[in-house]
Ligand binder design. Structure first.
Ligand SMILES: Cc1cc2nc3c(=O)[nH]c(=O)nc-3n(C[C@H](O)[C@H](O)[C@H](O)COP(=O)(O)OP(=O)(O)OC[C@H]3O[C@@H](n4cnc5c(N)ncnc54)[C@H](O)[C@@H]3O)c2cc1C
Length: 441
């Protein structure tokens, strides 16, 4: 058994707010904007030095679909981000609201601006390290920052950590990975300068075209058949979503450390690959950064009053308590580098996708962890089975659950009611006023 100590300190209660949000990724920012603009007091903490989570600190190079090919589904915060980036003329590769490349510094500035204008209070470099909860009520969040430990009290707590840290530490039930606890691999993303996009576009061959040849040549340490690729993030910059860190557990810093070390080595193998097989586009290119954090696709899914599932995807479900609709295909990356797993992924990705105009409903109940009165989840860790998590996890989906969680928290704080007692019609009405696309409400 590991030796233990009893840790006991008196720490200041530095904030007492209506809504506390842990995590400033796409879900946390959307939640903060919706809550703060509703007039309630908000305090958000973010462990890194910027908003945006995976899309900034993790250097994820692209947004997946904002819409279903006909409707712009991510109305609200998603629309503001999309239009805000367009104003800065930083959007590249917009294939009818499909994939939108991310100019990472423009996105950071946009989040800063929106958050500052919203009136929400926030603090970077601040980590959630503990939660005090009893009888289904979260009382205090314990935070750690350069100034030391401090506590935050709030009427409603929103977990937007991606990993469900707050909810899990409060004692909410959760699932993690498949039946054997296996999770999608992570990715350390990178950024390249002097990438010649004119030449790359003139050679319209998929990034993975030469992989088998490269395996034979011994360029790679492992034969990873799944290569998402280099995405255009600026005039002459390319964001690489390339390697996979198989077996990583995003809720364990020891596993993350190992994966980061491995990622920083292996990413050079991909440089060799692009230099050799895409010489025209890559001749002058050089890597300028890797992500400050490892890209994590999957960890805890906090179990809520409903679990969105495969049947709902197949049925293009409509819910009475719908807070949004979404459409991205089921994209569960191969769990290992073997050929069978790659086949499973390819078959699933081709099969579990929609025609233009199709989408599934997102019920409010997937944001309310079972048995808690004042706790909500948003983003990657909401209550869905693995299949739907594989769709809803992308950033436009996180804006949808984020803004709904923020709005519901504001209503619950204002009415002093449990989150599960938030009147659905009022929530939907306020979301529509906020700009949300809710055709069934
Ligand atoms: C490699 C990779 C490629 C992807 N590609 C795409 C893509 O092409 N398009 C797309 O739309 N989506 C993509 N995604 C998915 C998408 O980026 C994430 O699922 C999405 O960012 C999740 O949003 P979130 O707000 O739930 O969590 P995150 O983006 O992870 O944000 C969570 C935030 O909370 C902070 N945090 C976490 N724990 C704590 C704590 N204890 N205390 C304080 N702060 C904390 C983190 O620092 C982070 O900023 C990709 C993901 C990965 C990993």
């Amino acid at each position: 058994m590991t030796a233990e100590i009893h840790f006991n300190r008196r720490i200041p209660i530095r904030h007492n707010v209506d809504v506390f949000i842990a995590g400033g990724g796409p879900a946390g920012v959307a939640a903060a904007l919706a809550a703060a603009r509703s007039g309630v007091s908000v305090f958000l903490i973010e462990g890194q030095g910027c908003f945006g989570g995976m899309g900034t600190s993790g250097l994820i190079p692209a947004f997946m679909r904002f819409g279903d090919g006909i409707h712009f589904l991510a109305e609200g915060v998603g629309r503001e981000i999309y239009e805000g980036l367009k104003q800065e003329a930083t959007l590249y590769d917009d294939r009818v609201h499909d994939v939108v490349g991310i100019d990472v510094e423009a996105l950071k500035r946009l989040y800063d601006l929106l958050m500052e204008q919203s009136g929400a209070q926030f603090s970077f470099f601040t980590q959630l390290v503990g939660v005090e909860a009893a009888n289904g009520v979260v009382k205090t969040a314990v935070c750690a920052a350069k100034s030391g430990l401090f506590a935050v009290e709030a009427r409603v707590f929103i977990d937007a950590t991606g990993d469900g840290d707050l909810a899990a530490w409060a004692g909410a039930p959760y699932e993690k990975g498949d039946e054997q606890g296996r999770m999608m691999p992570g990715t350390l993303c990178g950024l390249w300068a002097n990438f010649d996009w004119e030449k790359r576009n003139a050679q319209p061959i998929p990034d993975d075209h030469y992989l088998e040849q490269a395996f034979e040549e011994g360029i790679f340490s492992i034969p990873d058949r799944h290569l998402p690729g280099m995405f255009r993030t600026g005039k002459d910059t390319a964001g690489g979503n390339l390697l996979h860190t198989f077996g990583v557990d995003g809720t364990d810093e020891r596993s993350l450390t190992e994966a980061m070390l491995w990622g920083r080595k292996v990413i050079l193998e991909y440089e060799t690959y692009y230099r050799r097989y895409f010489p025209d586009a890559f001749a002058e290119a050089h890597m300028v950064a890797t992500g400050a954090v490892l890209g994590i696709r999957e960890s805890r899914r906090i179990l809520g009053d409903y679990v969105l599932n495969l049947q709902d995807f197949l049925a293009k479900a409509v819910f009475a308590d719908e807070i949004g609709r979404y459409c991205y295909p089921v994209d569960i990356h191969p769990l290992t580098s073997d050929a069978q797993e790659y086949e499973r992924f390819s078959e699933e990705y081709a099969r579990l996708r929609y025609q233009p105009g199709d989408s599934y409903g997102i019920p409010y109940r997937i944001l309310t962890p079972r048995g808690f009165d004042n706790l909500l989840t948003a983003g990657r860790c909401v209550s869905a089975d693995r299949i739907i998590q594989g769709s809803l996890r992308v950033m436009p989906g996180c804006y949808l659950t984020g803004q709904a969680a923020g709005m519901a928290a504001a209503i619950a704080a204002g009415r002093d009611c449990a989150v599960s007692a938030v009147p659905v019609k009022e929530l939907q009405h306020k979301l529509i006023e906020f700009g949300a696309y809710l055709p069934n409400a």
